[in-house]
Design a protein around this ligand. Sequence first.
Ligand code: PPS
Ligand code: ADP
Length: 243
Amino acid sequence: MHPPSKLLVSLMNEPSSNQRPEVVWHEQSVSRADRERQLAQRGCVIWFTGLSGCGKSTIANALDHKLSQLGAVTSLLDGDNIRHHLCAGPDRLASEHGETFANRFGLGFGAIDREENIRRIGAVAELFASTGIITLTAFVSPYARDRQRVRQLIESVGRPGDFVEVFVDTPLETCEQRDPKGLYKKARAGEIQNFTGISDPYEAPAAPEIHLQTADKSPEALAIEIVQYLKDQGLLIREGGEA
Ligand SMILES: Nc1ncnc2c1ncn2[C@@H]1O[C@H](COP(=O)(O)OS(=O)(=O)O)[C@@H](OP(=O)(O)O)[C@H]1O
Ligand SMILES: Nc1ncnc2c1ncn2[C@@H]1O[C@H](COP(=O)(O)OP(=O)(O)O)[C@@H](O)[C@H]1O
């Protein structure tokens, strides 16, 4: 009886598909604590949520600037911008990737598309926070369950308090008066479907870490409220600079 050939032995030892080990997590030699020590700050996610036009991007930008002045290392992920690439819609994907791919991976504004949008950016924000970066995210993120899932991810990988939900509480009437992109007008005219606040729901946070009452307050003043919270919570280890 000839011994089995080397090829046969290797095939016999090849794990079958249902035995293939799960995706394995690789520990890194540089820890989160190492990175945060180097940056002299705690990685965290500052999650802005609110209606379109409520001031998320403006306030997040003002906060980003103030944190930068304090020497903090930050990143700002903005819904509109992210929907150009990572979470692009089918229209943006079709020419490069084809209709099938675009319809499968392109994101619109239906509930399940928003769920995926927030899931993706929550995962990206976790990667940033785990490298010690103070990560600002500005997304309508209208569904409480989607935001809660991101909170659970961030705080399970890090610790409670690493997810700071900022409710930018601007009344719908004010947002509609502002309407900087003319979207409310189009939504009222039925030209846009699933528009948050008009033809789609917005679930206000029940217990956000920061509830910004924006009426008669400048973006700068609102950003300072957030800086103060971060200092009070010990998330801004580094001091100095004008907040
Ligand atoms: N149907 C509908 N509903 C809400 N918003 C809409 C819609 N269509 C386009 N836009 C523009 O897209 C921006 C919201 O994208 P987000 O990724 O933040 O939305 S979500 O978190 O997935 O709900 C949002 O940007 P901001 O105005 O800066 O919030 C809108 O300008
Ligand atoms: N605190 C504020 N006071 C007055 N206007 C504001 C304030 N915050 C934002 N705005 C204005 O409201 C409009 C929408 O702001 P934006 O940051 O784009 O909102 P969002 O990102 O939530 O859609 C912009 O024209 C902006 O200049």
